[in-house]
Ligand binder design. Structure first.
Ligand SMILES: [Zn+2]
Ligand SMILES: [Zn+2]
Length: 263
């Protein structure tokens, strides 16, 4: 199984996931031009993309979805609730490109489970992706760790998870009060500490990689996210269980390296 964030943060999100030469995109919140450029930087042909699965309808996740689906003639997978709010935004798609999905689906040879997150959108989901023998947990855009996230995301081999903000930086920063309230609410985004505390419970001996994603440009820095998460993991009583895990930060505008998970 392999993965790469292609862009990450409020200026646009897209994640490439796949097994062998079958690939899917999770969201496409950047332009087609950028998506194709970033895809080539991880040596993946657009012809190998079998579809786009949508986590939620915010523009930083769907801005390029319609245009990319038309260009590559690939389907878009989303729940009925998300289709209800996206149809006007994505532009024309052939009926066979508009696929309604429910909780568990099989796409590009991988099993995908939608995991409800807590966010101020119509609906929002994280994903648990199960390949032939490895699992990947993806969860961004959640104001809290939901019961479903907790239940489904333990013991994955790799993670792409949100470390959006440092709470002190957010609260003392220049955002207006309503935005501070929104971001820190249960329907906003996960802080570095919230994520780190969840990781202390999720990471197991098999866990190899964690990619910190969707960092705020204003209220976080890659160094701060990394040091906060590492600090909390190192203090955890369970630290022996996950001392081999490697943690990295997803770049905002360009792709991260292609991570290939090994059994
Ligand atoms: Zn987002
Ligand atoms: Zn969002």
């Amino acid at each position: 199984m392999h993965l790469a964030t292609l862009a990450s943060g409020s200026s646009g999100n897209a994640i490439l996931i796949g097994e062998e030469n079958r690939n899917l995109l999770v969201d496409c919140g950047i332009t087609v031009k950028r998506l194709l450029a970033n895809l080539s930087m991880v040596n993946t042909s657009p012809l190998q993309i079998e579809g786009i699965i949508i986590t939620h309808e915010h523009m930083d996740h769907i801005k390029g979805v319609g245009a990319l689906a038309r260009k590559l003639n690939i389907p878009v997978y989303a729940t009925q609730g998300l289709w209800d709010v996206m149809e006007g935004i994505l532009g024309y798609l052939k009926p066979e490109q508009q696929i309604r999905v429910q909780k568990d689906i099989c796409l590009a040879g991988m099993k995908i489970r939608l995991i409800p997150t807590s966010h101020d959108s119509k609906e929002s989901y994280g994903l648990k992706v199960t390949g032939k023998s490895l699992t990947l947990g993806i969860a961004t855009d959640s104001g809290m760790i939901t019961e479903e996230m907790h239940r489904n995301l333990q013991g994955c081999d790799a993670y792409v998870v949100e470390a959006n903000h440092d709470l002190q930086k957010l609260m003392h920063g220049k955002y207006p009060w309503y935005l501070k309230k929104r971001i820190s609410s249960n329907y906003g985004h996960l802080s570095n500490v919230q994520l780190a505390e969840a990781l202390c419970e999720w990471l197991m001996e098999n866990s190899q990689k964690v990619v910190l994603a969707h960092l705020s440009e204003e209220n976080n820095t890659p160094e701060l996210a990394l040091s906060t998460v590492l600090g909390i993991l190192r203090k955890s009583q369970a630290r022996n269980r996950f001392e081999r895990v490697k943690i990295r930060v997803a770049p905002r505008h360009y792709p991260d390296e292609l991570i290939v998970l090994r059994e």
